[in-house]
Design a protein around this ligand. Sequence first.
Ligand code: NDP
Length: 300
Amino acid sequence: PTSAHLIDGKAFSAALVDRVAAAAARLEAEHGVKPGLAVVIVGEDPASQLYVRNKGETTVKAGMRSDTHRLPDTTTQDELLALIATLNADDGIHGILVQLPLPKAIDSAAVLDAISPDKDVDGFHVVNAGRLAVGLPGMVPCTPLGSLMMLKDQLGDLTGLNAVIVGRSNIVGKPMAQLLLGESCTVTVAHSKTRDLPGLCRTADILVAAVGRPEMIKGDWIKPGATVIDVGINRVPSADPVKAAEGKTRVVGDVAFKEAVEVAGRITPVPGGVGPMTIACLLANTYSAACRANNIQPEP
Ligand code: NDP
């Protein structure tokens, strides 16, 4: 059996970070504007702490200003909203990201909506969701944006292709559908109530899995030669029973990779596929926010 081409998200994202870093350096040299990203984290969730540390390090590597605001999990909603108001008013900060999940006592939607849409580098604000839906320029959520970049890099023109997206969340599934519609794909969005999901997936030239269920999408759900983008990040017990007993874990996607790789034409591995693109797109969004805030045309 043939084996699918693996889409190398690590290399692709490293190249994107380099391009953004070069553009940011020119922005600073020519216009005196250094893009700045503020990341806010509330509480001690270890996975979130790791994400935030990675984001900060990559931002600095790209020559941008990185501020991290670490708040205790006793922080009130009003205190968090006050910090966001300060960051909204700070001309040196062009992007604001609030790491999710927030403590239960805080209304996440209210917090996300308090971020100025122009600084909303996550693209979660309703104004940015609306801009994307009607085809206006705005901030596009990083994970779907990175997924689209990889698809265009791999396939070129996507016009007329059948795209099936499994998952309808506001942060991945829905914006992914909007982006692919914008590329003139024929888009179907599947979810937990979809009938005959395997049959539907088999119609897809482009299959995007954003479900959050380990290895749910099997090899025989995939149309031979299709391009598979696996957004899922699921922590499961280690494959080695001894290590599993010690509590060791590993990360798998929403696609049963070993089976899928025998059928698909191209596929993103997990880890090393979509994941690294998310941070790269965050920097790209911060750079373009800095340009827009200063009425400068961003480099493509
Ligand atoms: P959500 O939990 O918000 O959404 C999951 C979606 O999958 C829902 O629309 C749900 O349907 C659907 N779904 C759940 N079970 C089934 C099923 N059995 N059959 C069909 N559809 C199903 O997840 P997110 O969109 O936030 O994230 C999805 C995955 O992507 C997760 O693994 C997450 O960790 C990962 N992720 C990775 C990122 C990265 O690469 N950096 C960034 C963000 C997410 P319904 O609406 O009907 O409930």
